[in-house]
Design a binder for this molecule. Structure first.
Ligand code: ATP
Ligand code: MG
Length: 258
């Protein structure tokens, strides 16, 4: 059975999508069958992988979550053989409203994707910068959550709220949800502040923090405009190396040294 991992932090722009796309691509390149689910109405992960959300309208996560179509009919191939994508569309915003009227509204995504679990080694879910119903659905469907954190001054603000939501989901609907780890992203080793924040978070959360740190890297900022994960755009780059290390650490807790 595959492992389902949500990538979540309600803070915007901390590297959720960059992590979801590049970690998924790295896992697939390593040979793990991987599905990336874009659960953000902004559809950034969809576009990142070169898919036009309008072109797949009618066959996106929205229709699967609302039970209008078979989830299998939403799964797309990507330029990496072992990496598949369930695309998003801005109309996914409507799901937040439609689901509100249902009982078991937090279970819709779990139900929709349950037929897929046996087909993949990893299913990653990219979430939006909010703790709304879609993110609750992602946490309810997930076995674990990766929390990207940019080591800035306000990084820790809001983490309490996120952890509160994780606890709520654990208590009410998904007792098995675990924290896979906090992941530092967009890190600049020259900044004293970044190193200080990393030390603070490590002191606080200890074994829950990934050893791998994702450095600030121009390749990662450029990659979406080429519609390519770093591992395809620049396989020898530090950016690709960072996410390959993360994939290795996720698989066996033992990062390679690239
Ligand atoms: N390690 C990195 N180095 C340089 N730029 C990065 C890095 N990670 C992400 N970025 C850039 O930072 C911006 C925000 O990243 P990203 O879209 O992954 O964040 P997000 O948390 O998904 O945002 P949102 O909350 O809007 O969904 C993007 O322009 C992305 O290209
Ligand atoms: Mg995003």
């Amino acid at each position: 059975m595959g492992k389902i991992i949500a990538i979540a932090n309600q803070k915007g722009g901390v590297g959720k999508t960059t992590t979801a796309v590049n970690l998924a691509a790295s896992l697939a390149v390593i040979g793990k069958k991987t599905l990336l689910i874009d659960s953000d109405p902004q559809a950034n992960a969809t576009v990142y992988l070169g898919v036009d959300p309008d072109a797949c309208q009618g066959h996106t996560l929205y229709e699967a979550v609302c039970g209008r179509i078979d989830v299998q009919d939403t799964v797309l191939d990507t330029s990496i053989g072992y990496l598949k994508l369930i695309p998003s569309h801005i109309n996914l915003l409507g799901a937040e409203v439609e689901l509100l009227e249902l009982s078991g509204r937090e279970l819709a995504l779990r139900k929709a994707i349950s037929p897929l679990k046996g087909e993949y080694d990893y299913i990653l879910i990219d979430t939006s910068p909010s703790l709304g119903l879609l993110t609750i659905n992602a946490l309810t469907a997930a076995d674990s959550v990766i929390i990207p954190v940019q080591p800035e001054f306000f990084a820790l603000e809001g983490l309490g709220k996120l952890l509160g939501t994780v606890k709520l989901v654990q208590d009410k609907v998904n007792a098995d949800l675990s924290i896979e780890g906090f992941l530092f992203t967009i890190y600049d080793s020259r900044l004293h502040l970044h190193n200080q924040v990393i030390e603070d978070v490590r002191d606080h959360f200890r074994q829950k923090v990934f050893k791998t740190i994702i450095a600030r890297n121009a390749r990662l900022a450029e990659a979406p405009s080429y519609n390519k994960p770093a591992i395809l755009l620049a396989p020898e780059s530090d950016a690709a190396g960072n996410y390959m290390n993360l994939a290795e650490e996720l698989i066996n807790g033992n990062p390679t040294t690239v």
